[in-house]
Design a binder for this molecule. Structure first.
Ligand code: 0A1
Ligand code: ZN
Length: 880
């Protein structure tokens, strides 16, 4: 484990490397405990660099067995080697071949970075800095090299030998051994290197590209699970086609392979021509996967595939530019899913995710700009800010430029920077060049952390036929950025009149208004619309055109009106959601002794109307009816959080809505029962989602447990089964029905680790103080393993980041358990431990008793000995 060196990496310190490595040839003799790696690197000193400049290569825990230049072994005086660095003191030649031999032990690699074993399969993870755990290298993304890889292993242990690029040779050797050689003609950074070897089952298909080239597609899974890879394969082919249609991007190698492994730190990895996936995002059928799983698989398959152009062909100059590939690729996968499914529903889901994950990050101690300027551990910057806010920034560029200029800018980006390691400045420049616009102020979205807020109020003067918006922007301070500059915020809006019709105006002044977008650039704008014939309701931030918070002084009547009539489906959902949030906050205050909430009954009535509104897609109705989560409510309240009171408030509103709509919900629930055979398409999934949210409400009424038990027993797919189990376990925790269903689920899926993850997850999410004990007990379950990231995330991750009342138990037992467990996970896997630890990022918004207990738990982690760089970075920033 790499312990903390305290080193801070700074953007302004970037300088190009003195040496380049145009060619890399690797030879692997695979063995679980002693894999021999021979690297032959063609090294070139860059023009203008002194001949005396040392060549300093990165390593991480390596054992060097041999080093030679142009065939001559080096003497001790020529180099210095530590596990973490190899320095060739003065290579003297301008161009030479450096041969390195290292030995590594994949089977004891539990950090899952570099070369490791998962279920007896050899696999690699090199982003961000895992390649240096394989051999010494200039392990930085601006060193692009052409790789040739030879892999050798016993045939019975590893019949399959894969690496990046195209296969060029393979053969049989003595003693039952065999080998394969792969060549990747596209220069790439080391983080995109990959190797897989083992016994795997294959699903094969092919894709003909827009220029008529045939690409062989392969998805490799655990033998026997091939039939679970069909959906992923279909998603891959749709992704390849979509990138041609939407962005003109064609695939460039003869083969494209995906391998699913069971032990993986993240979702998946875009290694050139050889994507490696967490098997959770490949394997699916109706019996084992929910509709959400299907949607995730589609999105992640697409995401990794799209990286081939945004990430691989054009990569990042340094890790500060991570959003260059990630924000852009998330934007692309969002657009893909929107085209494959319902755009309106997809947008709402994206915004909910952004608010649930990115907003709290941006509003807490871990806030950082989309393009950070500092890091201690880059692994900790694969964040919602870099990914999701990064995607929103790209979306805003499109909003500002319009679709044609945006596409022209993307075309120019691919043309200008193909084969390069680029920066955010390069990216912005192409859009400036195609549009002639100045994006300097807009660029602050990349440079400045924090969620901007707009306060908006409106007034209408009937006599003057004038409608006025007063808009004021502010950007809250974030760690190490107390003073903020004013941003360019593209605020899409609409004026909505009687019956939902758009209200026209004659002239507008006070801000640039183009194509339904107000360009907010100053602190205050008074935007005057003249020639307005009726008092409109104003629909703001339509389509969530900017990732901001809005404090709009809107009357409840306007919100109710927009929730029924806004022509923009996102804003219509938003209006209803705002009403729900306001009602929940009022209920929270009521639980703490405040007055009775005002408009719950009116809201319940509207919920009933939305539920049966045939003009709305079922998936949309399901999203509208699902109440803001406890964490969402906490975020909107802001401080002094008492999770028990929030829980009670949410229950109260849910019961009011359920009781008011009993007949309507029941009838609709019955009418939505599945008829034909299962299909995972968005429309069918939407009907299931609506029916399952109705179940959630109905389960709060008398006979609710019996209804949920019937739903569970009648379920013919995992979506319905998991939904019913969740309702039983969360709403009727100690009922016989819940106990029986949990036992039945466990028995049915014994031996299927991915499905049992759902069982862990559901139980870790059970509200209430007793859950911490249950989670402790489940850690002893035979299906649990602290070494497997999916198990850890399902049980410990769900408990700490999705169970507000359980984790934030007032006596601090949740935090105590958490501190112990994070340290336990860290011994094996610092990256997973660090990510778990981010569950504490909002601790300062808790009420004081819990705050104090949370701080103690954080200190317990901070004071542990030999803390990894990953965990120390998170914990210290969280405490700062
Ligand atoms: N580039 C991947 C994310 C990723 C990052 C780090 C990893 O190693 C631990 C793995 C994957 C993506 O965006 O999908
Ligand atoms: Zn990515």
């Amino acid at each position: 484990m790499r312990t903390d060196t305290g080193q801070v990496f700074k953007l302004e310190d970037y300088r190009p490397s003195d040496y380049l490595i145009p060619r890399t040839s690797l030879d692997f003799r695979l063995s679980p405990d002693a894999t021999r790696v021979t690297a032959v690197l063609t090294v070139e000193r860059r023009e203008g660099v002194a001949a005396s400049a040392p060549l300093v290569l990165d390593g991480d825990g390596l054992t060097l067995l041999g080093v030679a230049i142009d065939g001559q072994p080096l003497s001790q005086a020529d180099y210095q080697a530590t596990p973490d660095q190899l320095t060739i003191l003065a290579p003297a030649k301008q161009r030479f071949e450096l041969r390195l031999e290292t030995e590594i032990a994949p089977s004891s690699n539990e950090a899952l970075m570099g070369l490791y074993r998962s279920n007896n399969v050899y696999c690699t993870q090199c982003e961000a800095e895992g390649f240096r755990r394989i051999t010494y290298f200039l392990d930085r993304p601006d060193i692009l090299s052409v790789y040739t890889v030879r892999i050798e292993a016993p045939h019975n242990e590893a019949p399959l030998l894969l690496s990046n690029g195209n296969p060029v040779e393979n053969g049989v050797l003595a003693d039952g051994r065999h080998y394969a050689v792969w060549h990747d003609p596209f220069p790439k950074p080391s983080y995109l290197f990959a190797l897989v070897a083992g016994a795997l089952g294959k699903v094969a298909d092919s894709f003909t590209t827009m220029s008529g080239r045939e690409v062989a597609l392969g998805i490799y899974v655990e033998p026997g699970k091939e039939r679970l890879a069909g959906y992923a394969m279909d998603a891959l082919k749709r992704s390849m086609k979509w990138d041609e249609d939407a962005f003109g991007r064609e695939y460039d190698l003869d083969v494209f392979n995906i391998v699913a492994v069971s032990d993986f730190n993240m979702g998946a990895m875009e290694n050139k021509g050889l994507n490696i996936f967490n098997d959770k995002y490949v394997l699916a059928d109706e019996e084992t996967a929910t509709d959400a799983d299907f949607a995730n698989i589609e999105a992640i398959i697409a995401h990794e595939y799209f990286h081939n152009w945004t990430g691989n062909r054009i990569t990042c100059r340094d890790w500060f530019q991570l959003c260059l590939k990630e924000g852009l690729t998330v934007y692309r996968d969002h657009e893909f899913s929107a085209d494959q499914r319902s755009r309106a529903v997809k947008r709402i889901a994206e915004v909910r995710t952004l608010r649930a994950h990115q907003f709290p990050e941006d509003q807490g101690p871990l806030a950082h700009p989309v393009r950070p300027r500092r890091y201690r551990e880059i692994n900790n910057f694969y964040t919602a800010t870099v990914y999701e806010k990064g995607s929103e920034v790209v979306r805003m560029i499109r909003t500002i430029l319009g679709p044609e200029l945006f596409r022209a800018g993307m075309d120019l980006y691919f043309e200008r920077h193909d084969g390069e390691a680029a920066t955010i400045e390069d990216f912005l420049k192409v859009f400036e060049d195609v549009s002639g616009r100045d994006l300097a102020q807009f660029a602050l979205w990349y440079h400045q952390a924090g969620t901007p807020n707009l306060t908006v109020s409106s007034s209408y003067n009937a006599a003057a036929r004038a409608f006025t918006l007063e808009i004021e922007q502010s950007v809250p301070p974030t760690p190490s950025e107390s003073r903020k500059r004013l941003m360019h915020i593209p605020l899409a809006f609409g004026l909505v009149g009687a019956g939902g019709k758009p209200v026209a105006w004659e002239t507008v002044d006070g801000a640039t208004v183009e194509d339904g977008v107000i360009h907010v650039r100053k602190r205050r704008h008074t935007v005057r619309f003249s020639g307005v014939s009726e008092r409109p309701s104003v629909s703001l931030n339509r389509g969530f055109s900017a990732p901001i918070t809005l404090s709009a002084q809107q009357r409840a009547d306007d919100q109710f009106f927009l929730a029924s009539h806004d022509g923009d489906s996102f804003s219509r959902w938003q209006a209803f959601n705002t009403l729900l949030t306001d009602a929940l906050i009022a209920a929270f205050r009521h639980v703490l002794g405040g007055k009775e909430p005002a408009f719950a009954a009116r809201l319940a009535e509207l919920a009933g109307r939305i539920a049966v509104d045939e003009a709305l897609e079922p998936a949309y109705r399901a999203l509208a009816l699902s109440l803001p989560g406890e964490a969402d409510i906490a975020r909107d309240i802001g401080k002094g959080i008492d999770p028990d009171a929030i829980f009670a408030a949410r229950e109260m509103l849910a019961r009011t809505i359920a009781a008011a709509n009993r007949e309507v919900f029941s009838a609709l629930y019955d009418s939505l029962a599945d008829k034909g055979p299962f299909t995972p398409d968005a429309a069918s999934a939407g009907r299931r989602a609506l029916r399952n949210i109705l179940l959630d409400y109905l389960s709060l009424l008398p006979e609710g447990a019996a209804l949920a038990a019937r739903h569970f027993n009648a379920a013919t797919n995992m979506t319905d089964r998991a939904a019913a189990l969740t309702v039983l376990a969360h709403r009727h925790a100690s009922s016989r029905e819940a106990e029986e269903a949990l036992a039945a689920f466990e028995a049915r899926y014994r031996g299927d680790a991915l499905v049992l993850d759902k069982w862990f997850q559901i139980q870790a999410g059970v509200p209430g103080r007793q859950t911490v004990e249950k989670v402790r007990a489940l850690m002893q379950h035979p299906a649990f393993s602290i070494a497997n990231p999916n198990r850890v995330r399902s049980l410990i991750g769900t408990f700490s980041s999705a169970n507000q009342t359980g984790f934030h138990r007032a006596d601090g037992q949740g935090y105590r358990f958490f501190a112990e467990t994070v340290l336990e996970v860290e011994k094996r896997n610092p990256q997973v431990a660090a990510r778990l630890a981010t569950a504490m990022r909002s601790w300062r918004s808790l009420e004081t008793v819990r705050q104090d207990k949370a701080r103690q738990a954080l200190l317990q982690i901070a004071n542990a000995e030999n803390l990894s760089a990953d965990l120390r970075d998170i914990v210290e920033r969280t405490l700062a």
